[in-house]
Design a protein around this ligand. Structure first.
Ligand code: ADP
Ligand code: ZN
Ligand code: ZN
Length: 733
């Protein structure tokens, strides 16, 4: 008999982030397992806390004498299984998170907020009619009715729906001819989808499929041009898994944002596909979690958090658009889904397929170095031609006195498309803010001499490198060409929409961005409306760059490629290439040839010229040599310490102390320290933000030591300063 349990307490306090030992009272021993959720007394006042059992033992295994006892188990069965415990350890060790934060990812969402199974009391048959009840017509007809509809309706539903007499129903229940029973209500979308027929794989697809199925390797990277039919390959892999009675997981960047994916998978595999994403209600997520745990679904299509579902007999994980930033979580635990998938595949011995038209530099590096098996698809399905791309030099437009946000060529192409009744997409790659400064005459962009990162405009008239803190007063005239057209960038989708409506008053326009898609179904509505040809022009942000497959779209315009190009981030070149290639891939998917117009003030930039020529190899070579030189991933790691406070002076002081204290832990030959400097968004909701960046040869032990030191220093100013630590963050913003 195990008599002691080590538990994690459900509390966010840093001081409680350890394992506590409790006695297990004899009368509840049979209810306590590894992975159980329990109630324990904690602290001076012995307040009852929720806790999770991580291990059991015969001996207390602690010096501490007056051990308290577990009060009770909170569920019938443990919530975390053996693999869940392994995953827990992995998360805590690799992402520097607190234990309870790791637990929250692997238990059903909502369970700690009191979400339970939902059920209703439905009417079923009881004993056979006898005595005087046997003779009454009315009773007989009710019984007959319920025998056909047994278990389908509650009392009140029967009464209102079928106009039954509540008196008679009550009487039959009371006498035991009928009774009620609890029926679980499944909260998930069981809507019907149009059947999505399968295709015969073409030669290239078949070869990719065979290579994955027949290989002994675990990790694969499919690099396949847009429209090469990658999704069809996933579906065939899933089909094979079903045949082997194994479960599959298909991850997409933001499932709620790609109705087309759901449509395809549900349309092919039916209702037993579970869809899992952040826009589901807590109840829906809870039920889907248990459907997966009980092995009732064999395929999950989901966003990144679906990776933590308690799969049974997992055979395949697909990570679609693997280059997307959304696979990295920005909240604790700040996990990278691609790494977690690798770990899960080790403990389940399943395959992982990473796929993209534009793989991340890190993944392609892994493929070239043998960590992933590389599989290439070089042609679009049915040899459809790639769209025709063209870069427009916006400096030239200015010279020709066109101050409009659209070049003459994009304007003409748009009006031509309207005449032809073909659809167009206008893409604005803007990530909320864009504060780099550039010259509209020559395209010059202010960059930090130390970091090769665009400098950021601050209201006080200074340009600041938010990597290293270098500051420089902004000049009135362009240092390169002397022009006075120096400008900070930024136009929103709304502005673009206004402009389009002014230029083309008769065009039917739709806009898709965070503002127009706040509601659960709004994304799908806009998507359907455009698909059904109810609009001529769709304007949007990143959201419209991927997954959409509309045959009548023949023109894609990119308003300003420079906005992502000049984000102060070492990945900006890579990101721009990816975005342009993805949006361009939306054009010409039907029978007509697609055209893509990319507007830029720096058309000679290698990200753009390589996107134009579809030269991924060149792009990769440019990026990888820069990364090597500057010790960015995959040649080094980045540890980002961001702190926020309402008190700027205190914050600055704290960051300097952290810098001084942590420096002593670090070998300066291996690791560069950048900063402390203000974050690019210097203040959010009255909270000032500062950061310190460590870059280079950082092992996990060193990261943990840095983290511990920072939190230790932070404990003195606990109420005033918030700390966030991230390994290899998405961006340094
Ligand atoms: P990707 O994900 O690589 O961009 P998709 O999977 O969206 O490409 O496929 C592009 C289009 O080609 C889709 O409309 C799809 O239905 C169609 N398709 C895929 N495979 C085949 C095939 N073997 N034969 C015919 N059409 C196919
Ligand atoms: Zn200039
Ligand atoms: Zn710098």
């Amino acid at each position: 008999m195990y008599l002691y349990a080590k538990v994690v307490i459900n509390s966010d306090a840093v001081s409680i982030d350890k394992l506590f030992t409790y006695k297990i009272p004899e009368d509840i021993i049979q209810n306590i397992f590894v992975g159980s959720r329990v109630l324990v007394p904690f602290g001076m006042g012995n307040r009852a806390y929720e806790a999770f059992v991580l291990s059991l033992s015969y001996e207390p295994d602690t010096e501490f004498k007056n051990l308290k006892s577990i009060i009770k188990a909170l569920d019938d069965k443990p919530l975390i299984d053996e693999k869940g415990i392994l995953l827990f350890n992995y998360l805590v060790n690799n992402y520097l998170c607190r234990k309870i934060e790791a637990i929250r990812l692997i238990i059903p969402t909502g369970v700690m907020r009191g979400i339970k199974e939902k059920s209703k009391e439905v009417v079923i048959l009881g004993k056979i009619l006898d005595g005087k009840f046997k003779e009454k017509e009315a009773y007989i007809s009710i019984i007959n009715f319920i025998s056909i509809n047994e278990g389908l309706y509650t009392r009140s539903e029967l009464i209102t729906k079928f106009n039954l007499s509540s008196y008679m129903l009550g009487k039959l229940l009371k006498e035991g001819y009928l009774s009620v029973t609890k029926e679980k209500i499944e909260r998930y979308n069981d809507r019907d989808y149009n059947f999505y027929d399968s295709f015969r794989l073409n030669e290239e697809q078949q070869k990719a499929y065979d290579e994955i199925i027949n290989s002994d390797e675990r990790l694969f990277l499919i690099k396949g041009v847009t429209g090469s039919g990658k999704t069809e390959i996933y579906m065939n892999l899933v089909k094979e898994m079903l045949y082997e009675d194994k479960t599959s997981l298909v991850l997409v960047p933001e499932i709620s944002l790609t109705p087309q994916m759901i449509e395809r998978f549900k349309g092919r595999f039916g209702k037993d596909v579970a869809v899992f994403h952040s826009k589901l209600s807590l109840g829906e997520r809870y039920d889907e979690w248990f459907r997966v745990k009980e092995g009732k679904v064999k395929l999950v299509v989901g966003a990144r958090s679906a990776i933590f579902l308690p799969f049974k007999n997992l055979g395949l994980i697909v990570i679609d658009e693997e280059h997307e930033g959304t696979y990295k979580s920005e909240q604790n635990p700040k996990y990278q889904t691609k790494e977690v998938a690798d770990f899960i595949s080790q403990i389940n011995n399943c395959k992982v397929v990473y796929a993209s038209a534009t793989p991340s530099v890190e993944s392609y590096y892994n493929a070239l170095n043998g960590k992933y098996k590389l599989i290439q698809l070089n042609n679009r399905v049915n040899n459809k031609p790639m769209p025709k791309m063209k870069i427009i030099d916006m400096r030239q437009e200015l010279k020709n006195n066109n101050r409009n946000m659209f070049s003459r060529e994009l304007f003409e192409k748009l009006s031509h498309n309207l005449d032809k009744k073909e659809q167009s997409i206008i893409f604005l790659n803007r990530r909320g803010f864009s504060t780099f400064v550039s010259c509209r005459s020559c395209g010059y962009v202010y960059k930090c001499p130390h970091c090769d990162i665009s400098m950021t405009y601050h209201n006080n008239g200074y340009l600041i490198c938010h990597y290293c803190g270098t500051a420089k007063k902004i000049e009135k005239l362009c240092p390169k060409c002397g022009s006075k057209y120096i400008k900070h960038f930024g136009a929103g989708t709304e502005k673009v929409e206004g402009e389009i409506k002014k230029l083309f008053p008769n065009a039917r326009v739709l806009r898709m961005d965070v503002d127009t898609t706040r509601n659960k179904d709004s994304h799908e509505k806009i998507y359907n409306s455009f698909k059904n040809g109810e609009a001529d022009i769709l304007i949007g942000t990143q959201m419209i760059s991927k997954g959409l497959d509309f045959p009548n779209v023949t023109l894609v315009g990119v308003v300003a490629a420079d906005t992502t190009l000049n984000l102060p981030d070492y990945r900006s070149g890579e990101r721009t290439y990816q975005l342009i290639t993805q949006v361009a891939g939306r054009a010409g998917r039907g029978d007509k040839l697609g055209e893509v117009i990319i507007q830029s003030y720096t058309p000679e930039h290698y990200s753009l010229t390589n996107a134009l020529n579809e030269n991924y190899e060149n792009l990769y070579n440019e990026e990888i040599s820069a990364r090597k030189l500057l010790k960015y991933p995959p040649f080094g790691d980045i540890l980002l310490v961001q702190c926020t406070s309402k008190n700027e002076a205190l914050l600055k002081d704290f960051m300097r102390t952290v810098n001084k204290e942590v420096s002593s832990l670090i070998n300066k030959n291996d690791v560069d320290i950048l900063g402390p400097s203000p974050c690019i968004i210097g203040k959010i909701k009255e909270n000032y933000r500062w950061q310190l960046v460590f870059k280079g040869n950082l092992d996990l032990n060193l990261c943990r030591n840095i983290k511990d030191r920072v939190y230790q220093l932070g404990s003195n100013v606990y109420n005033d300063i918030k700390i966030s630590i991230d390994i290899n963050p998405n961006s340094l913003i």
